[in-house]
Write a protein that binds this ligand. Structure first.
Ligand code: NAP
Length: 452
């Protein structure tokens, strides 16, 4: 595509897959006639590839190597430890750049809004994920793994990840990058039974078949689902025939309806047709009350008025993520996304807001796999470049000047490489896999400065 004479200056906010794929698309679609600055509030790039993809999913984690190449392109720079809203404002970015792409993802968990949800022992699965992935905001979180039974609510891929990590032994995770304190805490886990609970039926489960199958292949855990839960109504049976994923899921689940394997230290109990009604306990979680459900004529889930209580000591809700509003940027409170057309942010009148764009989960909601963000970001970038076509770059000030005037301790890509090397060295010294994450802010920023 033809571009203006001087390189466009574009800021990308968030260095997860969506942000880095956007940087890549900017470079590719301009033949390198661009300068992209990728910002992150953390000292580390790669967003959910580092802090969401499960530690034992090494092949998905390897996407970081691809994303790394983008950050190493001469047209791209990384600015870590710079937070939008705290260190720089939207107005600052618009002063320094021709255009801004927000790709801040979906940073918070959704809630179930049931009684008892605030009890100690009722947690967001995302907190547990952040903790075992070594996210600095969760480094010192503790989870009571002295309980024998845990409920994970939701049947999406995050729930499957969390169930698998709870069901694996610490020994099985030693070769992964989880922080040392996570290995220690998991070694002391007394969890024996993990319930994974879907409020609808097996044909409506959100997880993908490959991920589900892994649960049935764990050496340390048996798995079961009751044949009654697997009964399909005509519409679900038709879906199982016509939809490859649903058909694959049903087949994988049906393999678990028999007698579970004996002699395993842990058991995974998959339950469908049960909606969380109340978390029970005095001072802490002591049980989870579930209402049995069915689908009504319109296909919506409805309660049957029949209840049961599971004697769990920990409840992890894995019911989805949601984006948070960015100051001054339009936000749709119903969909928890930024209103946009093909990545062009639209204002209350429906017209595009000049020079501001979105990519990734904040654009389309928390769905899809990592690779989904590539085409999503490419679409945003096509529209951005079309809008900038023929315009002259005209920033009011430089970002270097602005960051320096605020005395911000920015982490550069080279600084991050020092932290990267420190994590690789730590794994070697502990005789553990390729990397062991440093999770505490202080340890991370010290490593970035080349200090132990
Ligand atoms: P998700 O796929 O949307 O699943 C959310 C689950 O929570 C659904 O089963 C949903 O049931 C249930 N739920 C929502 N509200 C509920 C409530 N109030 N009570 C009970 N259940 C409730 O979300 P996710 O698991 O967080 O995953 C987010 C995205 O990341 C997905 O695209 C996922 O595939 C992706 N991801 C991929 C991988 C991988 O590829 N390995 C790993 C992790 C995540 P309903 O369907 O009934 O609403």
């Amino acid at each position: 595509m033809a571009r203006m004479a001087s390189p466009a200056l574009v800021a990308v906010i968030g260095s997860g897959p969506a942000g880095i794929y956007a940087a890549e698309a900017l470079v590719k679609q301009t033949d390198g006639n661009v300068r992209v600055d990728v910002f992150d509030r953390l000292p580390t790039p790669y967003g959910l590839v580092r802090y969401g993809v499960a530690p034992d999913h090494k092949s998905i984690k390897a996407i970081a190597k691809y994303l790394q190449k983008v950050l190493e392109n001469p047209a791209v720079r990384f600015f870590g430890c710079v937070e939008l809203g705290r260190d720089v404002s939207r107005a600052d970015l618009l002063d320094c750049y021709d255009a801004v792409i927000y790709s801040t993802g979906a940073m918070v968990d959704r809630q179930m809004r049931i009684p008892g949800e605030e009890l100690p022992g009722s947690i967001a699965a995302t907190d547990f994920v952040n903790w075992y992935c070594g996210h600095p905001d969760a480094a010192d979180h503790t989870f009571d793994l002295s309980v024998e039974e845990v409920a994970v609510i939701g049947v999406g891929n995050v729930a499957v990840d969390v169930v698998r990590i709870l069901a694996k032994t610490a020994e099985e995770l030693r070769e992964t990058d989880v922080p040392e304190q996570v290995i220690e805490a998991l070694s002391a886990s007394r969890v024996k039974r993990v319930h994974m609970i879907g409020r609808r039926g097996p044909a409506q489960a959100k997880f993908t078949t490959k991920e589900a199958r892994e649960l049935g292949e764990l050496p340390s855990a048996s798995i079961s689902v009751s044949p009654e839960d697997m009964a399909l109504d005509p519409a679900s049976a038709e879906l199982a025939e016509s939809d490859r994923k649903v058909g694959g899921n049903i087949k994988a689940l049906n393999a678990w309806t028999g007698e579970p394997a004996a002699g395993r230290p842990r058991h995974i109990d998959v339950r469908f047709w049960r909606a969380p009604a109340e978390i029970i306990g005095t001072g802490r979680v002591e049980g989870l009350k579930l209402e049995k459900t069915r689908l009504d004529e319109t296909g919506r889930v409805t309660g049957t008025g029949e209840f049961e209580t599971l004697p769990v000591g920990l409840v992890m809700r894995s019911v989805g993520y949601q984006s948070v509003p960015l100051e001054g940027v339009p936000f749709d409170e119903r969909s928890y996304t930024v209103p946009n057309e093909g990545g062009r942010i639209t204002g209350p009148d429906g017209d595009p807001v000049p020079r501001e764009y979105v990519a990734g989960w904040i654009k389309r909601g928390p769905s899809g796999v990592v690779g989904t963000n590539k085409s999503d970001a490419a679409e945003t970038v096509r529209n951005l470049l079309e809008d900038l076509e023929g315009s002259e770059t005209d920033p009011k000030r430089t970002i270097e000047e602005l960051l320096e005037s605020r005395g911000l301790p920015v982490v550069t890509y080279e600084d991050w490489l020092k932290l990267d090397a420190a994590e690789i060295a730590l794994a070697e010294s502990l005789d553990r896999g390729e990397r062991v994450k440093l999770a505490r802010w202080e340890a991370m920023t010290s490593a970035c400065r080349g200090r132990e």
